[in-house]
Design a protein around this ligand. Structure first.
Ligand SMILES: NC(=O)c1ccc[n+]([C@@H]2O[C@H](COP(=O)([O-])OP(=O)(O)OC[C@H]3O[C@@H](n4cnc5c(N)ncnc54)[C@H](O)[C@@H]3O)[C@@H](O)[C@H]2O)c1
Length: 350
């Protein structure tokens, strides 16, 4: 299957391209980036494909069946919709788009064209996450009444002043960039419960005085002091669903030097703490004694599984759990948190 990768930056090189290279069914025909050196570097590095700078050239080629959109968030919707309309199947990186309205447009075009549109909610292919889903589905936790989400870093704003901190490009900050993964994991593990109400506040505090911002880490850096910083560096929210109530606390940057990246699933029979991207611990009581254990299992490479499943679903027509129809709710919840923060009121979802 001929594939094109659009956007040859960090995630393309770290995950999408190597995973396509490992898939015996896939052949990368185009590397596309508006920075020509990045597309050319990929051709050199991986020893295949043609470098292009305009994604429309890729869409004109009838041989290309599958596209990975690995660009910044501001062009996810545009490129994904153009690709779908050109008859291509699309795996678009997370978040689906900058806003819920954009994500809805993408979903509409998917429905019109009938082509695949999956979103890069890669944790749906993570071994820990899938095992926790099985624990919950099989009733091991009992009634899961509360899920507590914490994704808090000390001072770790990515690329201060660049694409990640510019709302017009990214759509938001810590919530849309990190929170999207955490909310998606909760929804997936808890059976995608219907969301009733959303309340949230977002804060843009530590990064605003760019020159004065001291940091522990700056991935996607270095800082651009003449750039823009108008996104949330911290967020809190309360989401009521027909399943558990979700509380979330997230920060790219906070004045607390104890980073936390976990999700606590609280059930009346057992609870689970998932360390994000890692393993998990089960806490319960047995025969009057408190018990805790860490399941031992094979941790598969989630990006490889995501890409393999994408290629497979194009051939088989199987609908994946990362399909836009399933994950659009995350875009709606994040939008509601931003809207609630702006109005300082709770938002009821229809
Ligand atoms: N799934 C994950 O865990 C994960 C991790 C990192 C990033 N991401 C997502 O991947 C996307 C890209 O992030 P990144 O860190 O790789 O960014 P990046 O800046 O390293 O790479 C993006 C590339 O897209 C190119 N680009 C921009 N506009 C383009 C266009 N119109 N046509 C072709 N190329 C274009 C840029 O020149 C750049 O090389 C973002 O949406 C981000 O949220 C997901």
């Amino acid at each position: 299957m001929k594939v094109a990768v659009i956007g040859c930056g960090t995630i393309a090189n770290a995950a999408h391209i190597p995973s396509y290279m490992n898939n015996p069914e896939a052949e990368i025909k185009y590397f596309c980036d508006i920075i020509p050196e990045r597309a050319e570097a990929a051709v050199q590095k991986y020893g295949c494909g043609t470098a292009v700078t305009d994604y429309h050239d890729v869409l004109k080629d009838p041989e290309v069946e599958a596209i990975s959109v690995c660009t910044p968030n501001n062009v996810h919707a545009l490129i994904a919709m153009d690709a779908l309309r050109a008859g291509k199947n699309v795996l678009c990186e997370k978040p689906a788009a900058r806003t819920y309205a954009e994500a809805l447009e993408m979903q509409k075009v998917q429905h019109e064209t009938g082509k695949v549109l999956n979103i890069g909610v890669v944790n749906r292919f993570n071994s820990s996450v899938n095992l926790i889903k099985k624990y919950i589905d099989s009733g091991k936790l009992g009634d899961v009444y509360h899920v507590y989400v914490s994704f808090r870093a000390h001072r770790s704003i990515p690329g201060l002043g660049g694409a990640f901190t510019t709302k017009a490009i990214a759509g938001g900050g810590a919530l849309i960039d990190w929170g999207v993964h955490y909310l998606d994991i909760v929804m997936y593990c808890c059976g995608d419960p219907k969301v009733k109400t959303v309340s949230g506040e977002v804060f843009s505090k530590l990064g605003v005085n760019m020159e004065e911002y001291a940091y522990t880490d700056m991935w996607a850096g270095p800082p651009k002091y003449d750039g823009t910083y108008d996104v949330d560096d911290s967020v809190t929210g309360l989401i009521r669903t027909e399943g558990p109530t979700i509380t979330l606390h997230g920060a790219w940057a906070q004045n607390i030097g104890v980073p936390e990246q976990y999700i606590d699933f609280m059930g009346d029979k057992a609870g689970i703490r998932l360390m994000y991207g890692k393993d998990f611990t089960v806490y319960t009581a047995e025969n009057g004694a408190l018990v805790e254990y860490k399941p031992v299992f094979q941790m598969d490479e989630m990006f490889q599984k995501e890409i393999d499943a994408f290629i497979d679903c194009i051939k088989t027509g199987k609908k994946l759990p990362s399909h836009i129809d399933t994950v659009i709710i995350t875009a709606e919840m994040m939008q509601a948190i931003y809207d609630s923060a702006e109005s300082h009121k709770e938002i009821a979802l229809a």
